[in-house]
Design a protein around this ligand. Structure first.
Ligand code: 13P
Ligand code: 13P
Ligand code: MG
Ligand code: MG
Length: 378
């Protein structure tokens, strides 16, 4: 079987009236660049998607990960969309494009990338997870549940291709290091790291069944660390292969029935519950949130994308929009209860992030201004 690379590259390059939604003209610009990429043979097929104000480019090709032609195509798409956003004076136009010009690949330039290369199985279902108003470690809890918790994924017990467990690549985003931890035997070591979502993020997950290989990948860029100062958040994306020796679609979605607290809400400085959204319902409208999660399903078929459309053509694919289903209404209601509850703390912890994680702070200036007024405490 032929190897295929699936590249999900995303960026926020501007949105209408706050950090809410990209303008349709920005998608038109992106489509026109990507169609050119199909014509010139850089990519085989593509689909665009969004969560809140972040645009995702989902592309298939045979060029492997970190390929400079594929990454340049993504960069050019975002540049064109940013141009459109600038013309309309949209908010945060060009927000995530940190470099003047493209060089090599998008890593370190601002956009986030989740890419995987695999041999297509007879049927190759994929779930793309797109998040807004949070950061890569927000996937630590759901991914560890999906791939290492038999109370979530019964497949770990009853599917013999999953019974031996999975291997997790964890990155230390501050030290730029990574480590491999094998589960179930290393589960407690894994959780010791990834419970600290200020520093550790799951990057990749591998099946121990050699015929399967890669199972999941997350974008783990940290924009604030790249730029040395806050320039926009690193709203993350993930790709997960499903079924046949891997978690079933339903096992992948189930952890999101728990609206877990994630960091990065409003001004990138608050905790908030993950709110499962349909793609078209992902505009963050309550206090710039709550942090959104969108789940889209499709297939890879002979290097191309297959969704719900009748006549598949590059760019026109219609994914299954899992959280559109009314069964998620109950979770959304719960998430809103938690959102309103934590919001009532205003600028107090635990609603706001610790000082080193705040993306805006006036504290150093206030400390300076009032430094002479401190007296010995009684
Ligand atoms: P697979 O064996 O194809 O993973 O199917 C499992 C399933 O979908 C049961 O719900
Ligand atoms: P984005 O990272 O989605 O642009 O949101 C910025 C923000 O802090 C909104 O409150
Ligand atoms: Mg934004
Ligand atoms: Mg965003």
């Amino acid at each position: 079987m032929k190897k295929v690379t699936l590249s999900l590259i995303k960026a926020d390059v501007g949105s209408v009236a706050g950090h809410t939604a990209p303008h349709p003209r920005m998608f038109q610009a992106v489509h026109s660049v990507l169609k050119g990429g199909v014509k010139s043979g850089v990519i085989e097929d593509f689909m665009t998607a969004r969560c809140g104000d972040d645009i995702s480019l989902i592309m298939t090709h045979d060029k492997g990960e970190n390929n400079s032609a594929v990454h340049k195509l993504a960069w050019d798409s975002f540049m064109e969309a940013a141009e459109e956003a600038k013309k309309m004076h949209l908010y945060g136009a060009g927000q995530d494009l940190l470099a003047e010009a493209f060089s090599g690949n998008v890593r370190g330039l601002g956009p986030g990338a989740a890419e995987m290369t695999f041999e297509e199985r007879k049927s190759e279902p994929i779930i793309a997870l797109l998040a807004d108003k949070t950061e890569p470690s927000a996937f630590n809890l759901p991914l560890s549940r999906i791939f290492a918790d038999p109370y979530t994924t019964t497949g770990l017990i009853i599917d013999k291709r999953m019974h031996d467990g999975f291997i997790f690549d964890v990155v230390d985003v501050k030290a730029h290091k990574k480590i491999k931890i094998s589960t179930p035997e290393g589960l407690h070591d894994l959780l010791a790291f990834i419970g600290d979502i200020t520093r550790y993020a799951i990057k990749r997950i591998w099946s121990k069944d050699k015929s399967i290989g890669i199972a999941a990948v997350v974008s783990t860029e940290k924009l604030s660390l790249i730029a040395g100062k806050y320039v926009g958040k690193d709203d993350p994306v993930a790709l997960i292969r499903a079924q046949s020796g891997l978690p079933a679609a339903g096992e992948i979605l189930q952890p999101f029935a728990f609206p877990a607290m994630v960091s990065g809400w409003m001004r990138g400085s608050h905790w908030g519950p993950f709110y499962p959204s349909a793609q078209d319902d992902s505009n963050p409208t309550f206090f710039d949130g709550p942090p959104r999660i969108v789940a889209l399903g499709f297939h890879i078929r002979d290097g191309k994308i297959q969704g719900l459309e009748e006549k598949p053509e590059p760019g026109n694919h219609i994914p299954v929009d899992y959280f559109k289903d009314s069964s998620w209404d109950y979770v959304r209601r719960q998430a809103m209860e938690y959102a309103i509850y934590i919001r009532r703390h205003g600028p107090f912890m635990p609603a706001i992030l610790p000082p080193e994680e705040l993306e805006y702070t006036t504290l150093p200036e206030i400390q300076k201004k009032l430094q002479d007024r401190w007296e010995e405490a009684d």
